[in-house]
Structure formats: C-alpha cells, structure tokens
Write a protein that binds this ligand. Structure first.
Ligand code: ADP
Length: 167
C-alpha cells in the first residue's frame, strides 16, 4: 500500500491550540506528517521563521511520541504544490474554522487540483473549544496584555509575553 505522507502547511505565527488539535487529528490519517512552516513575508509575521519552526517543533516532539507517527517540521518558501511534490506528500491537511475560511480554501483546492491531480486536500475541524482560536486574535490579545494561556501551549504563551514585553 502507498505510504500516506501528509503535509500540514501554515504560517503558525504563532502555533495555537487550534493547530495542535488539527495535528492530533491528522496523525490518525497518515503514516508520516510534515508541518510546512510558510516563510510568508507578505503577512509580516510577528515571530521569525526560526522562532515559529522552533515553537512548532517543541510541540510536535510530544505528539509524535504519543502517536508513534513521525512528524517533521520544515520551512518552505516555494509554491505549496511544489513543496508537496518535493517532500512526496500525497495529502494536504488544512483546518476549517468558520464559514469565512471556506471561500478561500475552496479556491485554493481548485487551483491546487489543477496543478497536481494526484494530491488530495482534506479538511479537519478542531474540537469546539478550539475552533474560534486564530493566531491573529491571540497576538492582539497578548499585545493588549490579555490572558492567552488557554489558547496556546505554555511555551508559546511565554514567547508571546516576552515579545510584547520587549516592545
Ligand atoms: P495560513 O496563513 O495558511 O492561514 P495559519 O497558521 O493561520 O496559516 O493556519 C494554518 C491552517 O490551520 C489553516 O488551514 C487554518 O485554517 C488552520 N487553523 C488555524 N487555526 C485553527 C483552528 N482554531 N481550528 C481549525 N483550524 C485552524
């Protein structure tokens, strides 16, 4: 049987409990998972690529150990489908939150299917507790000194506090 290699791409600026929940579901579907951390200069990330990769890595080590599924964390700057081909992924994993995510994701899948028919995109939904979490809002709350502890892993909360304390 073909080995299923999943690619979960995102900006992860920063990693949230929503992302973590999606990864915990994705490892049930694939033999190997690659978390693709997009450089995404256009989005003007708060955390550097190195910081984002390191935050994701810390969490993935634990999930990989518990699930027994190998998880790699790799940065990428190319077109998503080129990166997927390069790492031999046959499944792309995306998370869906609200209806607002749908339109964008719908278009992306259409375009990606035109680029490579062999790679399927699957959408997963996080547990209801985590569905409304968005990196953008977490950063906003942290910037204004609000409590973000239930939205992100402990080490990410620390990194956010340090980032805003330094400003
Ligand atoms: P991108 O710039 O690709 O949107 P993100 O890091 O914001 O990067 O998100 C990566 C993926 O994780 C996207 O598919 C997004 O919909 C999904 N995601 C983010 N937060 C959640 C959440 N709370 N529940 C479900 N999926 C989520």
């Amino acid at each position: 049987m073909t080995k299923l290699i999943g690619l979960y791409p995102g900006t992860f600026d920063p990693l949230t409990m929503g992302h973590v929940d999606i990864v915990q579901r994705a490892v049930k579907l694939v033999d190997e998972l690659v978390i693709g951390v997009a450089i995404n200069r256009d989005k003007g990330p708060l955390f550097s690529l190195e910081e984002r990769v390191s935050m994701v890595e810390q969490e993935m080590a634990r999930i990989s150990k518990v699930s027994g599924v190998p998880i790699k964390v790799l940065p990428f700057e190319t077109l998503l489908m080129q990166f997927a081909e390069q790492i031999k992924a046959n499944i792309i994993v995306r998370g869906l939150r609200a209806v607002s995510d749908f339109e964008y994701e719908y278009q992306m899948v259409g375009m990606n299917q035109a680029l490579n028919e062999e790679i399927e995109t699957v959408f997963l939904m996080a547990d209801a507790r985590y569905q409304s979490i968005a990196s953008r809002l977490v950063k906003e709350i942290a910037r204004l000194g609000g409590d973000i502890n239930s939205f992100v892993p402990v080490h990410v909360a620390k990194a956010l506090k340090a980032k805003f304390a330094a400003r």
